[in-house]
Design a protein around this ligand. Structure first.
Ligand SMILES: Nc1ncnc2c1ncn2[C@@H]1O[C@H](COP(=O)(O)OP(=O)(O)OP(=O)(O)O)[C@@H](O)[C@H]1O
Ligand SMILES: [Mg+2]
Length: 465
């Protein structure tokens, strides 16, 4: 009777409720027998009014409805009215229309208006069962997804009620776990190491840790170790004494300024080994000296560090001190790449949309298919650009200007010489800035520049002391 294996068909229909609305008793009985045989619970109604009252009283998973309810009627008008009533009362219940061959046009129109399917009378049992089964499976999957979404929304709301989540947006289980962990470790005084690829949200997570710590109201400073020349990093961190080098004035460093508070050390993996030693000392003893001074000072700072480099590999290479790593890595929060938590893509995209803009369904598909090598930052840039450039309020897929989705996820976006050159120009030659702008790692940008024959300029950033 059916092309499907009886077992799985039964699994789809068992204990699901199907409401059949047809004035013809023979039709009602035929459906009752056929669907009950496969385990469904079947309700029958002889008129639209009876059908609507059954719909209101019972948990109906699927409706099968006729289009004409009186012997002399053939226009289908009653069926259309019934369809609209059901849609209005139970928008998510799928409806199969039973229609005469002469009224296929109406049926097709109603499918466009949201009917799930139509079946011409006299129907074929196999075709009908396949349609019923698919719709029930779909409905179950949708209900499960909906239940999961609302459980997650509850978990998110519960967390947001107890903690300051700094406006972070997520939907995925992975981020829920991570954010919950960040709020839990916030109270401990221990260092936190946040790892993850470029633009994935490491800094957002650092802010959550700080905002929920005992030090929330104390000083909070951020130092990006990648954007400062090596010579200036130690001055920035530890301060200088007048005359430490030509032109140096007495100046407190970040460790002094953040005393009692929190210091966010971004791009930790770029710190030179010599500076790592000084950092380790202040972490172990709370002691440091300003550059050009032998006078030890004390400070009590909580460190949150972030890196996109694999520090374990750097330890093996000898470019990162193992003892420093274990000092900082008391708690590690690992932010997954956006491509590993695709449920977050659309909520984030919605969040980044300018007021009044929407994403067309094609644009949403394109966002979901794209591998996002530059993670959330790249998504944010893409949405902002689309809002700026889109003539329409409904953003089309083309307005996102995403590189054609490759069949295998790529590591780096495809960039031409002009856009790399433009990014370098905007960043005044500071590689870290240009790389961030392009959603690349610095190493990837260097490689790209080499390939494109672009010279590495010395940064025009602060002059070395
Ligand atoms: N879950 C999120 N919800 C809302 N905004 C986010 C989220 N994740 C990232 N962002 C935004 O995306 C941008 C990049 O995030 P962030 O700076 O935290 O990334 P990162 O991992 O520190 O990147 P990098 O390694 O390049 O420093 C920021 O503008 C941030 O506000
Ligand atoms: Mg960052």
């Amino acid at each position: 009777m059916s092309h499907d294996s009886p077992g799985s068909l039964h699994a789809s229909l068992a204990s699901r409720t199907v409401l059949v609305i047809d004035d013809n008793e023979g039709v009602r009985t035929a459906f009752d027998v056929l669907l009950s045989l496969h385990g469904a619970r079947v309700l029958t109604a002889a008129s639209p009014a009876e059908g609507l009252s059954a719909l209101a009283r019972q948990g109906v998973d699927l409706v099968i409805q006729d289009m004409n309810f009186r012997r002399e009627a053939t226009s289908g008008a009653e069926g259309i009215a019934l369809f609209r009533d059901i849609r209005a009362r139970a928008p998510h219940v799928p409806i199969i229309l039973l229609t005469a061959w002469t009224q296929l046009e109406t049926a097709v129109e109603l499918v466009r208006a949201g009917a799930a399917d139509y079946i011409a009378k006299p129907w074929e049992d196999a075709r009908l069962l396949t349609s019923v089964r698919n719709l029930l499976d779909l409905g179950r999957a949708r209900a499960e997804a909906e239940a999961l979404r609302s459980r997650r929304a509850e978990a998110r709301a519960a967390l947001a009620e107890r903690f300051d989540l700094r406006g972070i947006i997520y939907e995925s289980e992975a981020m829920q776990t991570l954010v919950a962990m960040a709020t839990q470790v916030a109270h401990a005084e221990v260092p936190v190491l946040i790892t993850g690829p470029n633009g994935a949200g490491k800094e957002v997570l650092a802010d959550i840790v700080q905002a929920n710590s005992e030090r929330a109201d104390r000083p909070y400073f951020k130092v990006n170790l990648a954007t400062l020349p090596h010579e200036l990093i130690e001055a920035e961190l530890f301060g200088t004494e007048a005359g430490a080098f030509t032109g140096a004035r007495a100046r407190a460093g970040r460790f002094e300024a953040a005393d009692g508070g929190t210091l966010f050390l971004d791009e930790l993996g770029t710190l030179a080994v010599g500076s790592q030693t000084k950092l380790l000392r202040v972490l172990q003893t709370g002691e440091f000296e300003r550059l050009g001074s032998n006078n030890p000072r004390r400070t009590h700072v909580r460190i949150i560090a972030a890196t996109n480099t694999n520090l374990r590999r750097a330890i093996r290479d000898g470019s990162f001190r193992e003892d420093l790593f274990y000092r900082l890595n008391v708690i590690e929060l690992e932010v997954p790449a956006l491509s590993e938590r695709r449920e977050d893509i659309l909520p984030l995209a919605q969040h980044f949309l300018e007021h009044g803009f929407q994403l067309s369904p094609e644009a949403q598909d394109a966002l979901l298919r794209y591998p996002w090598p530059g993670n959330v930052r790249e998504l944010q840039n893409a949405i902002r650009r689309a809002c700026l450039l889109s003539g329409e309020r409904a953003i089309a897929a083309a307005a996102l200007n995403l590189p054609a989705a490759p069949s295998v996820p790529v590591e780096e976006p495809d960039l031409d010489r002009a856009s790399v050159a433009a990014a370098l120009e905007r960043a005044h030659g500071v590689i870290a800035h240009a790389a961030r702008d392009l959603g690349l790692s610095r190493q990837a940008l260097y490689r790209r520049m080499e390939k494109l024959g672009l010279k590495t300029e010395t940064p025009r950033a602060p002059p070395a002391p």
